[in-house]
Design a protein around this ligand. Structure first.
Ligand code: UT7
Length: 326
């Protein structure tokens, strides 16, 4: 048995912050941001809004497409690092908002790779027959943990949510064929939120020193990202006895256009095969992959049997790549 994606949905908050808006806050300019990242604007969560408010809308759209009543969902697995509360999980908050009592619900913490990790976990539950369906979500509001005075990071991130519904299929030509996950904890210090956790709990000093915001060594992340994504894409393609030429479409975490261009060019996959929305949303962390998948799906990109290569990398570092047969 395999698990098949039978519904996708996404949602981004209404407020748009353009590169021109950022020029007024930090020492940056539209040309630099577009040339170095590909981002033109991003969406930012409103005051009083929480990550679950974005996630619930994405879930409703995915469930509607899958023709699945929210009450009948059996598993809710959410990739996020910006849950509404430090605990409990965003997945349980979401379950409550969906009016569901049946599902078990938990979060997966793998930063920008959160949704590919969540997809891999959900796939195991569905393909083993443990559950009849699973709601897989990627949702983050990284702008809540961004230092809006740090031009190295605040230009990159945006908020959003994406969701997909998995159901079992006995058709061996369709569904999630394979997902390979990796992590390397020696890279924790190049992309993390140093303060506000158990190591250095929130305090006046933490806030004053701004250590509760994202810290990133961008160039180092960039180099590891290109190398790791290429390696893991090759690994999963080989495991499925495929070559890069067999890939119909690519759905990739939207972190930086240059990271994606470099990875695709190393793999020999034309950039046109990769759905891009980075210019409109920036890096939405765990939301990125399911939001991108939903846009491409609703635009009618995928036909039954298409081979879709999925990839993501983020803080940890944690990363993964997968093959989906649509
Ligand atoms: O999901 C994973 C999350 N993270 C990532 O994917 C991040 C991966 N890394 C990147 O995307 C890129 O490294 C960045 C976009 C963050 C930075 O691009 P870069 O080409 O690596 O630039 P850089 O850090 O080497 O900086 C080049 C110059 C520096 O000035 P000097 O030292 O050459 O005078 C920076 O101070 O650009 C300067 N700079 C900026 N200038 C205008 C850095 N940020 C900005 C800015 N506006 N926002």
């Amino acid at each position: 048995m395999r698990s098949q994606i039978v519904g996708t949905g996404s949602y981004a908050p209404e407020k748009v912050v353009t590169n021109a808006d950022l020029e007024k806050i930090v020492d940056t300019n539209d040309q630099w941001i577009v040339e170095r990242t590909g981002i033109r604007e991003r969406r930012v969560i409103a005051e009083g809004e929480a990550t679950s408010d974005l996630a619930v809308r994405a879930c409703q759209r995915a469930l509607e497409q899958a023709k699945l009543d929210p009450k009948d969902v059996e598993a809710i697995i959410v990739g996020t690092v910006t849950s509404d509360y430090p605990f409990p999980s965003l997945a349980t908050v979401l379950q409550g908002k969906l009016g569901n009592k049946k599902a078990f619900a938990f979060d997966v913490s793998a930063a920008c790779a959160g949704s590919i990790y969540a997809m891999a976990v959900g796939d195991r539950f569905v393909s083993s027959g443990a559950v009849k369906n699973a709601l897989i979500v990627g949702a983050d509001a990284l702008t809540r943990i961004c230092d809006w005075t740090d031009r190295n990071t605040c230009i990159l991130f945006g908020d959003g949510a994406g969701a997909m519904v998995l159901r079992p299929t006995s058709d061996a030509r369709r569904g999630i064929a394979n997902i390979r996950l990796h992590a390397d904890g020696s890279y924790v210090p190049i992309l993390f939120q140093p303060g506000g956790g158990s190591k250095d709990p929130i305090s006046e000093r933490v806030v004053r020193e701004k250590s509760h915001f994202i810290k990133m060594k961008g160039q180092e992340v960039f180099k590891v990202a290109v190398r790791s994504l290429e390696e893991t894409c090759r690994e999963v393609l080989e495991a499925e006895k495929l070559t890069p030429g067999d890939v119909t479409y690519v759905i990739a975490h939207q972190a930086n256009k240059r990271i994606l261009d470099a990875t695709l060019s190393r793999l020999g996959i034309p950039a046109q095969k990769c759905w891009m929305n980075l210019e409109r949303y920036g890096n939405t962390s765990a939301a990125s992959v399911p939001m991108t998948l939903d846009e491409a799906n609703r635009a009618g990109w995928f036909k039954p049997g298409d081979t879709i290569l999925v990839m993501a990398i983020g803080g940890g570092l944690a990363w993964g790549a997968g093959i989906i047969r649509w």
